[in-house]
Design a protein around this ligand. Structure first.
Ligand code: PLP
Length: 378
């Protein structure tokens, strides 16, 4: 089987599984317990947190363990909006966001917040002039992703941080789920960011929220006061220690893997470009692991099934939205024509993929292309 759906989830590294099993076996204790074993578990948890701080080169920020980026995004956006509502009501985001951001701000709209969406120009670049126009004294929160999960587009986090530097009321949150380990993180001028372990060969149910103003937030999860009181619930020490391992492994060979991913991405792009009726939606200078292309005039699901039958797993748009009938919001916001959107597929790579797999993918691509060729709009 060839697995090219790594933006949906990745295969856990063996070392990560070993760490999880070892810690589950030997340190299953509750780190909040007052006895010697509880204290040992707590020490291990704090050393994992410290290691993450070092890996991410953090200074003052707090590291909060969560169950994934969906939870991280929900906690920060809801908690921050509610904490700041006496200062303003406007939240700025983009239509490119993952549902864990889009649906959260839509829920906040129901509480009386005003949501504004940054626009993208015809070339797919963020329209900074439009953003400038949205920056009123009512804005309290900006949420955007660093790398888009459907297209691999890299959003200009540093530029946005620079533009909003004169607005001290604004909290700037960045979803770094698809950028960690693929693109250098941009944390200057960013007040919080989220990560998800299963996107970089960690385990599902592992997330992080890195946050610089922990004391200023409204809590939304109540209970035993774990994770600085911000995220109550018995802490999953084995998972959190395994997450720090996954992060270390990712950063250990980051440069080499990034170069490999770009190489494999380039091979696919060069190959598919020669076929009339195929539209490359993603750009080579986007994230190294995502290729998005369209079989214009044919449904993306048909192509995904054709690959799947030949034991190659690719995706339509994104795992979270592929079961919904409406057009993908990311591709619409980036001005991809409707017909190309319905025919789009995403190929997403990880460090476990090989040049041989890319070669096989390209062969199968030709086979499938020939099968549907007469249906394509050229
Ligand atoms: N943000 C982005 C950009 C994602 O791609 C995903 C997962 O697909 C998430 C957030 C949600 O992450 P998790 O699965 O850890 O909740």
């Amino acid at each position: 089987m060839i697995y090219f759906d790594n933006s949906a989830t990745t295969k856990p590294d063996k070392e990560v599984l070993e760490t999880f099993n070892k810690v589950s076996e030997n340190y299953f204790f509750n780190p909040a317990s007052p006895h010697a074993k509880g204290i040992e578990a707590d020490k291990l948890l704090e050393s994992a947190r410290e290691q993450i701080r070092k890996l991410l080169k953090l200074e003052k920020q707090s590291v909060v363990f969560t169950s994934g980026a969906t939870e991280s995004n929900n906690l920060i956006l809801t908690g921050m909006a509610r904490a700041k509502k006496q200062f303003g009501r406007t939240i700025i985001t983009t239509k490119l966001e993952h549902p864990s951001v889009l649906e959260t701000v839509r829920a906040l709209e129901g509480e009386g917040f005003i949501i504004q969406y940054m626009r993208f120009k015809d070339d797919g670049k963020l329209d900074m002039e439009h953003l400038e126009g949205l920056l009123t004294s009512d804005v309290i929160l900006i949420a955007m992703m660093h790398v888009n999960n459907v297209m691999g587009a890299i959003l200009p986090v540093a530029e946005v941080a620079e533009r909003i530097a004169g607005y001290p009321k604004i909290h700037f949150h960045v979803d770094c789920v698809q950028s960690f380990g693929k693109v250098p993180l941009q944390t200057e001028g960013v007040h919080s960011f989220s990560l998800s372990g299963h996107k970089f060969n960690g385990l599902k149910g592992q997330g992080l929220l890195v946050f610089s103003q922990l004391k200023t937030i409204t809590h939304t999860v109540f209970g035993g006061g774990q994770e600085y009181g911000f995220r109550s619930g018995t802490v999953n020490v084995p998972s959190d220690v395994a997450l720090s391992r996954a992060m270390r492994l990712t950063l250990d060979d980051y440069e080499m893997q990034r170069a490999r991913l770009y190489q494999m991405k380039g091979e696919i792009e060069r190959y598919v470009k020669q076929f009339p009726g195929i539209r490359l939606n993603s750009h080579h200078d986007g994230a190294p692991h995502i290729v998005n292309l369209s079989f214009t005039g044919v449904k993306g699901e048909v192509i995904v099934n054709a690959f799947s039958k030949r034991d190659i797993m690719v995706s339509t748009t994104s795992a979270c939205s592929s079961k919904r009938a409406k057009l993908n919001e990311t591709l619409t916001a980036l001005h991809v024509p409707d017909k190309a959107i319905t025919g789009s597929i995403r190929i997403s790579l990880s460090k476990h993929n090989t040049a041989e797999e890319v070669h096989r993918f390209n062969e199968v691509f030709r086979e499938i292309y020939e099968e549907v060729e007469e249906l394509l709009e050229k």
